[in-house]
Write a protein that binds this ligand. Structure first.
Ligand code: GUN
Length: 283
């Protein structure tokens, strides 16, 4: 079997057109959605992510504010920036790029963000609401994956979804969102014994472990849908996912590439959440 490619660039583009129209509508009523991003330190990966977020928000017509702080910034100073943005009516979404330097308590910073502006969906209030299926901002990567699955016509109800990875940002919320669409969900992680016995049962396999080409043909059931959240460099320095794409595409029925799969959807959902926040503020 040669798998159908789930094209995150194309799906993201279509969604961004929809978002752009939503932004235009708000602009016409005198409201410009605003996204503020706080970047602490010089982490090169974070710098790239943040640059892409800024560029994408401007492209759909939003106001973008980037606050760059030195790695030496104190927790108190950072909390003061968050508080200022909480009170700023031109800002509808606040994102503090993670990871933060070790001397800053990440949980404290996330909890300081006004839940009404928590477009990352990381605040405990957002997480709690998501768990019980209440309307809230959903974390961007799992939300983007749900959007991809739905727009590709992948049936979720009654299917066995297996997730490798249990992070707060991807793995845990991913399972919840799939459960809400009536999947049977299994979580696997670094301590799972006999991983293959679980992954081989997956109708939908989500891989978010951060290890280059970790998932190979032996892990995959014939006809499975494979979603690769990884972003790694292979031995030649080339971008690759957590899945060995060349092997997996011969077994899966559909698969996301890296790059061009989940990545573009994550930023798109951030824009969607920011638009939604501005729409609520305007209403
Ligand atoms: N670092 C890696 N991914 C993310 C994300 O989605 N949001 C934030 N704030 N930081 C990140």
């Amino acid at each position: 079997m040669t798998a159908k490619l789930i094209d995150g660039v194309a799906i993201g583009k279509q969604l961004r057109e929809e978002i752009k129209q939503g932004v235009s509508k708000l602009n016409a009523s005198g409201c410009k959605p605003g996204l503020a991003v706080i970047l602490v330190g010089e982490n090169p990966a974070s710098q790239t992510y943040v640059k892409n977020k800024e560029k994408s928000s401007v492209e759909v017509g939003m106001k973008s504010e980037l606050i760059k702080l030195p790695a030496t910034v104190t927790e108190t100073e950072l909390l003061a920036y968050v508080d200022k943005l909480n009170k700023d009516e031109s800002i509808h979404g606040i994102l503090v790029q993670l990871p933060l330097p070790k001397h800053i308590n990440e949980d404290l910073v996330i909890q300081a963000i006004d839940p009404n502006k928590d477009v990352d969906g990381f605040h405990p209030q957002s997480v709690g609401k998501m768990m019980i299926g209440q309307q809230t901002f959903l974390p961007c990567t799992p939300h983007g994956i749900m959007e991809m699955l739905q727009r590709t016509g992948v049936e979720i109800s009654g299917k066995h979804a297996v997730i490798i990875g249990r992070s707060n940002i991807v793995g845990k919320p991913m399972g919840q969102l799939l459960l809400q669409k009536d999947a049977t969900v299994t979580y696997c992680h670094s301590r799972t014994k006999d991983l293959v016995s679980f992954t081989k049962q997956a109708d939908i396999l989500i891989v978010a472990i951060g290890r280059a080409k970790f998932v190979t043909a032996e892990h995959i059931k014939e006809g499975a849908v494979v979603i690769d959240v990884g972003m790694n460099r292979d031995e030649n320095g080339k971008l690759c996912g957590d899945v060995d794409f060349d092997e997996a595409k011969e077994i899966a029925s559909a698969i996301t590439p890296v790059p061009g799969g989940v990545g573009p959807m994550t930023i798109t959902m951030l824009l969607k959440n920011t638009l939604q926040s501005a729409q609520i503020a305007k209403a």
